[in-house]
Design a protein around this ligand. Structure first.
Ligand code: T3D
Length: 261
């Protein structure tokens, strides 16, 4: 079935997923959550997709849950169950897919939309985009991984302050606090993201995946455990074609041609 709430594109090794409900700043309904899950699974399985980009159509990145859809929802719907089959699998997939994921934050990222942005590996933001926790504004607590990622990125005091004041912050503030990697004028954002994504898609994808696995896991480990886990992953990296190519190219004083395997 063709997607109705997202756009997808695969070119030059880059899989781009665009949230496409611009009239509500790409806020999610259940259909969108289902389509994003399906598209991410497809991108994960496809060897031709070596870098993922998430972005939004129109002027927003993603305003989180579509509040119109939430209002029409029956009281009998469990929030826990809803999160369990909408945002949570998406956030988990963004963290577990062993390819770099870049958030191209073209406009407002709020609520679960902020969670999606923070779950990306890297974030390039447009000057003029804004970041808002949003949950407390409607009497909710943080979800979609925001309580996990935000304090780790910017520290507890700033994260808690953003959560309880519900103040939005600018891209420039987000950059100063380490929440995004770079900020570009809006008209330059897509090209800057594309340039990075195409470059990453030509590099050793398998090693990038193992790097992500190591850094995800390191959150829960002691130093000794992390050293052991690194050694385990290096055993895998050291048997890839890209490792052989990387060392060979260095010794032959030529540029490596990585195939992502
Ligand atoms: O079980 C569960 O599913 C619970 C899960 C919850 C997850 C969540 O994400 S809860 C949080 C939901 N999101 C929000 O509360 C965000 C609400 N929106 C905002 O705070 C602001 O709109 C933004 C900071 C995102 C952007 O501000 P601004 O000034 O750039 O835009 P705006 O004028 O407020 O919005 C533009 C339009 O988008 C506007 O519609 P209109 O007047 O042009 O027809 C606005 O109503 C609409 N819009 C924005 N956010 C949402 C939305 N429509 C539906 N749902 C939204 N979340």
């Amino acid at each position: 079935m063709p997607y109705t709430t997202i756009l997808t594109d695969l070119a030059d090794g880059v899989f781009t997923l665009t949230f496409n409900r611009p009239e509500v700043l790409n806020a999610f309904n259940d259909q969108q959550a289902e389509e994003v899950q399906e598209a991410l699974k497809k991108a994960e399985r496809d060897d031709a997709a070596r870098c993922l980009v998430l972005t939004g159509a129109g002027k927003g990145f993603c305003a989180g849950q579509d509040l119109g859809a939430l209002k029409g929802r029956s009281d009998s719907v469990s929030f826990r169950e809803h999160l369990g089959h909408t945002y949570n699998p998406i956030i988990s997939k963004l963290r577990s897919v062993e390819k770099p994921v870049i958030g191209q934050i073209n406009g407002a990222a709020a609520g679960a939309g902020l969670g999606l942005a923070l779950a990306c590996d890297l974030r390039y933001a447009a000057s003029g985009a804004k970041f808002r926790m949003a949950f407390s504004g409607i009497g909710l607590a943080p979800d979609s991984g925001t309580s996990f990622f935000l304090p780790r990125l910017i520290g507890y005091a700033r994260a808690y302050e953003l959560a309880i004041t519900n103040n939005p912050i600018t891209s420039e503030q987000a950059l100063a606090w380490g929440m995004v990697n770079a900020v570009f004028p809006a008209e330059e954002l897509a090209a800057a993201t594309r340039e990075l994504a195409v470059k990453l898609a030509q590099l050793p994808t398998k090693a990038f995946g193992l790097t992500k696995r190591a850094m995800n896991k390191a959150y829960q480990l002691t130093l000794d455990e992390a050293l052991d886990y690194e050694a385990h992953l290096q055993e895998i990296a050291g048997h890839t074609a890209d490792y052989t190519e990387g060392v060979g190219a260095f010794l032959e004083k030529r540029s490596p041609k990585f195939i992502g395997k």
